[in-house]
Design a protein around this ligand. Sequence first.
Ligand SMILES: [Ca+2]
Ligand SMILES: [Ca+2]
Length: 375
Amino acid sequence: MKYSYLKTIILLLATMISCTIYAQNTIHPGDANNNGQVEKTDFLYIAFAYDAIGPSRVDQSTSFSEIEIPVLWDEFFDDGNDTNFAHADCDGNGWVSWQDLLVSVTNYSESADEVEELSFPDGNPNIDPQVKFQYNPNGGNQLFQGSTLNFPISIASQSDPVDHLLGFTFTISYDHSVIKDLRIDYYPDSWLTDDGNTFLFQDEPFGSEGLLDAATVRYGQANAISGGGIFGEVSVIIEEDLVGLLPGDSMSTTIYITEISMITDDFSSIPVATDSLKLMVYDIDAITSINQPNLEDQVQVFPNPTNEHIYIHSNIGIESVEILDLLGKRVAFYPLKQEYQTKISLSKDSANNVYIARINTREGVLSKRIIRKPK
Ligand SMILES: [Ca+2]
Ligand SMILES: [Ca+2]
């Protein structure tokens, strides 16, 4: 009786100990920093552990779930939590490689029940490197409903580079009710990318939240780089229908860079200063509302919206037609000889979806807003 009682206690203890061991050794594929969520910082961890080798997993599934691992790896990240390198081997094959970066891409923004919030050091623009929007809002461009704006984005600079850079991540935050879409086009031949050793990531925009996560990491410590400067272009598309923008009005919208982190090849964190950009958006109808009322009745433009061509029929002879994009840049010009009907092709530049047709007639100029339907 006494013996069987003791046996039960020993069994219970053994079960508790083995449960404790298993509870410590679990990972979520893609969550390389083990904070409970696949987010941009995980790419920095994989970059640091890149090419490391350790015990492979029995369960090499990569879907986001809690997976047991038999043993920990020998190496740990110096992140204050002693996160084990096994977390960076997202596919469990015993080798940290580009395939593990892809698991984080696939599982991006998946999260476990408990997520540990991360903190990001604030940089001082006078001392630290800065992420910068390279755009001068007073440069003469005017934004309207449907405008597309592109401008370069940089980190640090050529004259003041970052040494032994392993990677950096950040989020661009914007007002989704004014900005329909915001993307980064990484330049393929910048100081960061021209040797082919940088992994580039940006997440799909988070719908109505207006957040775009970006990460660029070098393929391992051996590929750390010294440099700085422009690495790509931000592309901003303004909404076509802006609620609250009355005819003749303007409004402002601000884009912010948040949650920046940067590490070097020894896993030290470098504070990076942020940037923001205030853009003014003007009402396109203010341009077309100055048309002479008699011309509106005399000139027909159709179809609108259109796919590619517009037809113009006029009771007054047309002298020329100009097609302008929403920054006021002329994209096409058609000289005519007092014609009453004409067919005009829009620009083949598929980045734009709203144009202004400026129709010069014998009796004055008529401006029409033309919308091109996506194909
Ligand atoms: Ca994570
Ligand atoms: Ca792996």
